[in-house]
Design a protein around this ligand. Structure first.
Ligand code: ADP
Ligand code: MG
Length: 695
């Protein structure tokens, strides 16, 4: 049976229990699916090292040699075994902490040592290495590149580790060699010099040599990027054919607000982007625009003015924010701004009760609400508008192509879409997440802003930092103290936050302190936030929930705890929370004393510049692939398994061109020969992460 139709449960080495695990953990259903699980690294087993050639911690090495002596240290559970291994000229220590009683060593016997060196007291050693007597070494073990597969904790518990995955794939080899149908046409393979799929799958799992492995990976990356671009560009083509609502009027609401309610003169950049937006709104084509502007550049006001244009033309508008805190804040700001007008603004978030919804939904359907502000609750199917004409998405790199596509269903014609972001986006990412958008840039901050001064301290300076905080508060300012929080480490991180909060309470018994984090009930979060916004509390202790968009102009100090754990863009976003008022603001990056070279560089860049674009570039260079996708991926139409947006930029350009050529000739993929692409897109769509997972 064709591999694509063979249930994984019928593959040799699988069985029902493993099949369940593979389905749950990796979404593997067919034999083909498991062939599409690619190795994340290879270890070169054709090379033998000498001990003095070891030069870094992370590369697996194999060494031929003997064990000279060994001894155990400690007793019972704490017992460990230490052995001295020699390659004839140098020695290295081997250590076992677990299963010491099972380690059987012999002198004067040649061994193959295989493992990852680690550094201890300025010397390398091997912890729990594989040690195989030379006469038991299977020649296959020391040949070529050995693939390693990512596995989850649950998989490991069920015995499906990297080796097991490899074994399952090995069993499929005879079938694979018979050939699988390619998902790319022969013309594309030829034009872009790509390996056919069968060969690529063979070489990615069992590479003949490094060159074949790289060719195989390149082909598979191309394929991924190609289908992403095909999907994005196909949507763009489809949209280019769709008509948009025509909004030619600059009317009563806009003019009244502009004349009487605008609290300040717009910057030139704000005026320019507003003209660009207005041009789109009256063009008759559906707008899809990305508004990029550094933190504090005044995007909210542009959003509001755009909404007023839509309202003037008889349409409703909505503004969607990534977090509840931010949605609440937009609601508060905008309601305040439009106070003197008869514009109806409402709020819809996850915390809106059934009861409130019972009032809100009909009002929305009746057109009595002009502007709806909220979280992604807005894109739920049950939220229906009378005549939605404009959708504004704030601060959201995670609202990618797929989510925007959903907005189309909110009216008979697709509404105009304005996506706003403060994150300067590297080109590859922009081409992928926003490859279907036009771009407007606010490249000017409102006048009178003093650049934030940034300092980097080790926690040994805690005392003087506290003094500084107290000086600022006594001068009437407010202070943020931010702690990192990552999912994998959530409980520990929350503990950190709680401890930090307690310490601050002890240090500053006379100040009032708020605390917010993602695990709190929305109502409590909101209340704590409001206390800070209104100036009732002087210090806000928080996780990164305040990273995006929060605006408290009186806050002048941003203290970032464990700053070494944040990426550059995140640090920049956090820093953007201060420097919003007339007072000099400060950002204090606190780290432990000993830092890696990379971390030190990150801190130095933060201290040296306030320029978001420079920081984004440095970020992309410093961070390896992975990190970037981790946060961005959910905005992609399909998940990336092998390609990387941070390192495969060139391939992405090529893949985009290849996709474009197909669509230029056949915009709706109707030709017989393009049906294979259509089918593949449908197939890929079924595997995408559920939208409701994206918050
Ligand atoms: P961001 O672009 O980061 O979303 P905001 O819209 O939150 O920025 O604006 C930041 C601050 O700047 C707000 O307090 C806002 O009222 C103020 N602001 C916006 N536009 C102007 C302007 N043209 N002149 C002075 N202040 C402005
Ligand atoms: Mg904003």
């Amino acid at each position: 049976m064709e591999l694509a139709h063979r249930d994984i449960v019928y593959c040799k080495g699988v069985g029902t229990k493993r099949a369940d695990i593979l389905r749950k953990e990796l979404g593997v259903i067919t034999a083909m699916d498991i062939l599409r699980i690619y190795p994340y690294k290879y270890i070169d087993r054709s090379r033998f090292y000498k001990i003095h050639e070891i030069e870094d911690e992370d590369t697996y090495v194999q060494i031929k040699g003997e064990v000279i002596e060994w001894h155990t240290i400690g007793v019972g559970k704490a017992q460990r075994l230490s052995a001295t291994f020699t390659d004839g000229s140098h020695t290295v220590e081997l250590v076992w902490f677990k299963g010491v009683q099972y380690v059987k060593l012999q002198q004067h016997t040649p061994y193959l040592l295989f493992g990852k060196p680690s550094r201890f007291n300025h010397e390398y050693n091997f912890v729990h290495p594989e040690l195989t007597p030379w006469n038991k070494v299977n020649p296959e073990m020391t040949q070529g590149l050995e693939p390693y597969y990512n596995t989850t904790e649950a998989m490991k518990r069920a015995g499906v580790n990297s080796k097991a995955v490899r074994a399952i794939i090995l069993n499929l080899l005879p079938d694979l060699k018979l050939g699988v149908p390619d998902v790319l046409g022969a013309d594309i393979l030829q034009k872009w010099h790509l390996m056919p799929l069968t060969e690529a799958l063979l070489q990615v799992h069992f590479p003949k040599d490094t060159i074949s492995m790289q060719k195989a990976r390149e082909r598979l990356k191309f394929e991924e990027l190609f289908f992403i671009q095909l999907q994005i560009l196909r949507q763009m083509k489809r949209r280019e054919q769709a008509e948009g609502f025509i909004m030619p009027i600059v009317g009563r609401h806009f003019n009244h607000f502009y004349r009487d309610c605008l609290p300040f003169e717009l910057t030139n950049a704000q005026k320019r982007v507003l003209r660009e937006i207005q041009g789109d709104l009256k063009s008759g084509k559906q707008m899809n625009r990305l508004l990029q502007g550094d933190v504090g550049s005044g995007k909210t006001l542009v959003a509001l003015l755009s909404a007023l244009l839509a309202i003037d033309n008889g349409y409703q508008a909505c503004l969607m924010a990534p977090t509840e805190i931010l949605a609440n804040q937009h609601f508060a700001t905008i309601r305040e701004l439009v106070k003197g007008t008869n514009i109806e603004v409402s709020l819809l978030t996850g915390s809106t009760t059934r009861k409130q919804r019972e009032i809100l939904h009909p009002a929305l359907r009746a057109g009595a609400i002009h502007l709806l502000i909220g979280t992604h609750a807005l894109i739920e199917d049950e939220v229906l508008f009378a005549n939605l004409g404009l959708v504004i998405v704030d601060e959201q790199h995670r609202f990618g192509v797929a989510q925007r596509a959903k907005l189309w269903q909110k009216n008979v014609r697709p509404p105009h879409v304005l996506v706003m972001t403060a994150t300067p986006i590297p080109r590859t990412l922009a081409m992928t997440l926003y490859g279907d958008l036009r771009v407007s840039i606010i490249d000017e901050l409102p006048p009178g802003r003093k650049p934030v001064q940034t300092f980097h301290y080790s926690i040994a300076k805690r005392m003087s930092i506290n003094q500084f905080i107290s000086q600022q508060i006594d001068a009437g300012r407010q202070v943020y103290v931010v702690y990192p929080l990552i999912k994998e480490n959530e409980q520990l991180d929350l503990l950190d936050l709680q401890n930090g909060y307690n310490e601050l309470c002890e240090t500053f018994p006379n100040y009032r302190i708020s605390m917010v984090h993602g695990q709190m009930k929305a109502k409590d979060k909101d209340e704590q936030m409001q206390r800070f916004v209104s100036g009732m509390t002087q210090i806000l202790v928080a996780t990164t929930v305040i990273e995006v968009g929060v605006n408290v102009p009186n806050a002048s100090v941003m203290v970032i705890e464990n700053a070494e754990r944040f990426g550059l863009s995140q640090l920049h976003q956090l820093r953007g929370r201060v420097g919003r008022g007339a007072d000099q603001s400060y950002c204090l990056l606190l780290t432990k004393m000993e830092l890696s070279a990379d971390t030190r560089k990150r801190m130095d860049i933060m201290v040296a510049t306030n320029d978001g674009f420079r920081i984004a570039e440095a970020d992309l260079q410093l961070r390896g692939p992975g990190d970037l996708e981790g946060t961005q991926q959910s905005g992609l139409p399909f998940d990336l398994k092998i390609a990387s947006l941070s390192t495969d930029g060139q391939l992405l350009e090529v893949a985009r061109q290849a996709a474009m050529e197909i669509l230029d000739a056949d915009p709706l993929l109707e030709d017989e020969r393009n049906q294979m692409y259509r089918r593949q897109l449908d197939l890929l769509r079924q595997t995408v992460t559920n939208w409701s997972d994206i918050s």
